[in-house]
Ligand binder design. Structure first.
Ligand code: NAD
Length: 454
């Protein structure tokens, strides 16, 4: 690991990665590599947790292709220096902000969207001109192996290399000095990464999780809200960092909501054979999720098959914040429903919890929408929809508080892997004498006067 990082640092210092034509070429190479090997990528992810071609393309590969095209299109704009105003005291100077790549970047991926979560940060790091070490999650083993095989046989290790492994390998990587660490995963491991990064004063982006609420108001379009909510919750069998974790519903529409929820779950027909449902990633998670349902009031679903690593889309009713299911991020196909009397009360309750990665509000009332958006702190979200905000690369994507530090996607990703140098440029034909000795009363007065025009 030490040699790999040293080799990448030496390569970075050759300045080659700073060339924009070089960066565009690497982005093209990556796109071509994914494109040429789509079948292999589909096979690997299907063998890991039965994720279908359709879902892999729509929720992973298409987003990566879009990211690459977007980065290539905007790279000149994002990389150029930007002029800013210069203050009077520096007359006749000019000032500009110049982006530069941070250097050698470490990207640590999570398992639930293994291609997208590993490679979207890589695309941002490439566009910004860094060298990259990628450590994908070890849980989808075939997916990790395929990424390593394809990438390591295409890119030189001094520029971009995949290191496979779990805790020991990641720990060893974290002992190296990187110029940037980009981590996606749990809040618990995010803290370990942050501590390790602090040892080397390495800047981090931490993309973590949390319990993302969805508010269903009396004033929403129940049918459309439920349709979107159900899709967002059970996509990837609920193993989505921005899936609605639980629902807070106005008690006046609770019964209508629950009936509609069951109809919609039935009509979306989540099943492996319908290519719209996946396995739970491993047996530990099946058991963990089963435990969360143990003493709960199951309104719909609840079937578990350990041999198939299958959990049926499940709805829990009459849930309270004291229940086991409300003590941790669910990260599976279980949807607790909690009723509220007033939206203000519901907002107040949620505001006491750690800041979530996402929040969704289903309402047609402006005052309700504004109340949720203004009173709660969360990473990002949607009004009358869920999850889909991730598809707009113009929206920075990231958490706040327990759910993350920093953001990416589009220009935000480029910024995450860049340092912005502030430069003052002065000609030599003129100098204001007032900053120099002697510090007379007249000069002091003049300085105070000039300061008013900064
Ligand atoms: P995780 O934290 O267990 O693992 C993430 C990565 O850290 C993996 O590559 C793993 O190998 C490594 N790792 C695990 N334990 C480690 C340790 N002790 N020391 C060093 N490295 C270690 O997370 P996960 O189970 O892969 O993913 C699920 C979590 O990730 C959920 O909380 C989810 O919300 C979050 N997530 C967030 C986003 C986002 O974009 N914000 C996206 C997907 C998942």
């Amino acid at each position: 690991m030490h040699d790999l990082v040293a080799k990448q640092r030496t390569y970075f210092q050759t300045q080659q990665t700073k060339d924009i034509a070089f960066r565009r070429k690497q982005l093209d190479t990556l796109k071509q590599l994914l494109n040429d090997n789509e079948e292999l990528l589909y096979e690997a992810i299907y063998s890991d947790f039965k994720k279908s071609k359709f879902d892999t393309y729509t929720s992973e590969l298409s987003l990566l292709y879009q990211d690459i095209d977007d980065a290539k299109k905007h790279i000149y704009k994002w990389s150029r220096k930007q002029k800013v105003k210069t203050d009077l005291i520096n007359f006749p100077g000019t000032s500009f902000v110049q982006p530069e790549p941070l250097g050698v970047a470490l990207v640590i991926g999570a398992w639930n969207y293994p291609y997208q979560l590993s490679l979207a940060p890589v695309i941002a790091a490439m566009a910004a001109g860094n060298t990259i070490v990628l450590k994908p999650s070890e849980l989808p083993a075939r997916t990790s192996a395929v990424m390593a095989q394809l990438i390591n046989s295409t890119f030189s290790s001094e520029y971009f290399h995949v290191v496979e492994g779990g805790v020991p390998e990641t720990t060893e990587l974290l002992n190296q000095k990187f110029d940037k660490i980009f981590f996606t995963g749990s809040t618990k491991v995010g803290k370990i990464v942050y501590k390790a990064a602090a040892e080397n004063l390495t800047p981090v982006t931490l993309e973590m999780g949390g319990k993302s609420p969805a508010f269903i108001s009396e004033d929403c379009n129940v049918k459309m809200s439920v349709k979107r909510l159900v899709w967002a919750k059970f996509l990837n069998a609920g193993q989505t960092c921005i899936a609605p974790d639980y629902v807070m519903v106005d008690k006046k529409v609770k019964d209508q909501f629950l009936t509609s929820l069951v109809d919609e779950i039935s009509s979306q027909q989540f099943a492996f054979e319908n290519d719209n449902y996946v396995q739970i990633i491993n047996n530990d998670h099946v058991e963990r999720l089963q435990g969360l349902m143990e003493d709960a009031n199951i309104y719909y679903g609840g079937t578990v098959s350990k041999t198939d690593r299958y959990i049926e889309p499940t709805v829990l009713r009459d849930v309270t914040f004291e229940d086991a299911v409300m003590q941790e991020e669910i990260f599976g196909p279980i949807l607790p429903v909690i009723e509220y009397d007033t939206l203000d009360e519901a907002i107040h309750t949620v505001a006491q919890l750690p800041k979530p990665l996402s929040c969704y509000v289903f309402t047609n009332k402006r005052s309700e929408r504004e109340a949720v958006l203004k009173k709660l702190s969360f990473g990002g979200g949607a009004v009358n929809d869920a999850v889909m905000h991730i598809t707009n690369s113009r929206l920075p994507f990231g958490g706040v508080g327990d759910s993350g530090i920093g953001a990416y996607h589009g220009e935000a990703g480029f910024k995450a892997f860049s340092h912005y140098k502030g430069i003052l440029k002065k000609p030599t034909w003129f100098e204001l004498p007032i900053k120099y000795f002697p510090h007379t009363a007249g000069r002091f007065k003049l300085i105070k006067w000039i300061s008013r025009f900064q």
